[in-house]
Design a protein around this ligand. Sequence first.
Ligand SMILES: *[C@@H]1O[C@H](CO)[C@@H](O)[C@H](O)[C@H]1NC(C)=O
Ligand SMILES: *[C@@H]1O[C@H](CO)[C@@H](O)[C@H](O)[C@H]1NC(C)=O
Ligand SMILES: *[C@@H]1O[C@H](CO)[C@@H](O)[C@H](O)[C@H]1NC(C)=O
Ligand SMILES: *[C@@H]1O[C@H](CO)[C@@H](O)[C@H](O)[C@H]1NC(C)=O
Ligand SMILES: *[C@@H]1O[C@H](CO)[C@@H](O)[C@H](O)[C@H]1NC(C)=O
Ligand SMILES: *[C@@H]1O[C@H](CO)[C@@H](O)[C@H](O)[C@H]1NC(C)=O
Ligand SMILES: CC(=O)N[C@H]1CO[C@H](CO)[C@@H](O)[C@@H]1O
Length: 401
Amino acid sequence: MHLAIPLAYALFSSHSALAAYSFVKEYSGTDFFNGWDFGNGTYDSTTHGHVNYLNQSDAMSQKLAYVNDAGHAIVKVDDFSTVIWENKRNSVRIQTTDYFPIGSVFVFDATHIPFGCSVWPGFWTKGPNWPTDGEIDIVESVNLMGNNQMALHTPPGCTQPSDVTQLGKTSGTDCSAGVDSATGCAVEETQPNSFGTDFVSAGGGVWATQFDVSGVYIWFWTRKAVPDSVTNAKDTIDPSSWGTPSAAWPTPSCDISKYFNAQQLVIDITLCGDWAGQPNLYQSTCGGPLGNSTVDICYIDNVINTNGSNYANAYFEISSIKVFTVNGTVLTPTVSGSSTVLSSATASVSANGSSTNSNTNGTSGSDSGSGSSGNGAMPGAAAYLAMLGATALAAFSWTLL
Ligand SMILES: *[C@@H]1O[C@H](CO)[C@@H](O)[C@H](O)[C@H]1NC(C)=O
Ligand SMILES: *[C@@H]1O[C@H](CO)[C@@H](O)[C@H](O)[C@H]1NC(C)=O
Ligand SMILES: *[C@@H]1O[C@H](CO)[C@@H](O)[C@H](O)[C@H]1NC(C)=O
Ligand SMILES: *[C@@H]1O[C@H](CO)[C@@H](O)[C@H](O)[C@H]1NC(C)=O
Ligand SMILES: *[C@@H]1O[C@H](CO)[C@@H](O)[C@H](O)[C@H]1NC(C)=O
Ligand SMILES: *[C@@H]1O[C@H](CO)[C@@H](O)[C@H](O)[C@H]1NC(C)=O
Ligand SMILES: CC(=O)N[C@H]1CO[C@H](CO)[C@@H](O)[C@@H]1O
């Protein structure tokens, strides 16, 4: 199903010619958590992480989601409980109730991104149906990796051209690669300070994502390099002066209007699971014995048998998230049976999913934990394995706890 593109998009959505996008939404300050759906207290079945995504009241009363004295939003993993064998650790996954159409810019400003052994954070976007409506991974990394990784995940037909102009390093060009496009087409950040302690000590940074008919482009600036046109953007924002992006997936190699629907923003932190917990990968930055088919070392060494103090850095500290769109358009979903209908004054799209919705559970997922990445997953494991020159995700086969 394709987004019905309003005329305005066709007129203004050219990467080189586009003048500006209009401000539509800001998530910041004491109101940050307005407009997000939380989980429902259950297990992360989408990426098999060892977490339960708390509902809003639990997440807030346990202070896993709150606004700190600096006015920044904190989204974190439980770093104060002792978890025992076979149990999961509490964490948070939130997704915006609004969807933003092709022809949007997302500006994510943070001073801290979660990191540490077993930790797998993501700031990403997805359409109402996964993966047919596309996914953009903007901030994603695992364990003690030194850099951020960006990726698209789509059905077959969307690729990144080999001669693309970007700062980052491509690790795969087929955005449908992997089971249910779990590998996707990923780009490794090459600029310094994009993850871990380096990101924090540099004062954090900003990611801006242009999601446009002309392509998807992601820029990253460490704090001192954030341009004034981003810092001071109020009513409008204009990417045309930002120079070469860290990652680029231009149309027509990937026809964005064909492979993407409107996107909602997602923030989550899982532990271990399909990417961070993959034994070879986990061991590559966190050491310890290589896992085997009966023991998930990532789980045993981190999630349980600790008092949680090892998760002291497993939190997002977000200054703001701002959204701009070509026509001031925001799409709000209405769930009707098995389909999610997105509507607004200027654009509407009907997305018919088999079992996907956007209910207030905050779990627009239909994945049954079958082993694929599933709807709403945060794929990336196989991409990173490929970067490491490892064999295949099929090697990931220990018994899930
Ligand atoms: C949140 O989850 C807890 C269980 O941990 C449950 O007791 C509570 O009723 C839930 N709150 C809402 C608003 O669903
Ligand atoms: C798996 O690893 C654990 C922990 O290192 C070890 O105790 C166990 O014997 C191993 N099992 C097999 C089948 O190798
Ligand atoms: C938690 O464990 C760490 C080391 O494992 C220890 O330094 C710290 O004091 C413990 N905290 C509490 C509250 O017990
Ligand atoms: C979506 O579902 C609605 C109602 O179930 C149906 O009328 C419409 O034709 C469907 N659209 C597509 C593109 O399948
Ligand atoms: C969660 O969503 C499911 C599926 O839409 C629904 O059946 C259930 O009633 C919802 N639960 C809550 C607590 O909202
Ligand atoms: C909570 O969400 C999970 C994951 O989507 C779902 O499987 C489960 O049915 C939901 N539980 C309730 C009580 O709504
Ligand atoms: C809010 C806004 O700018 N709406 C405009 C979107 O584009 C259509 C078609 O160009 C206009 O009619 C709306 O006024």
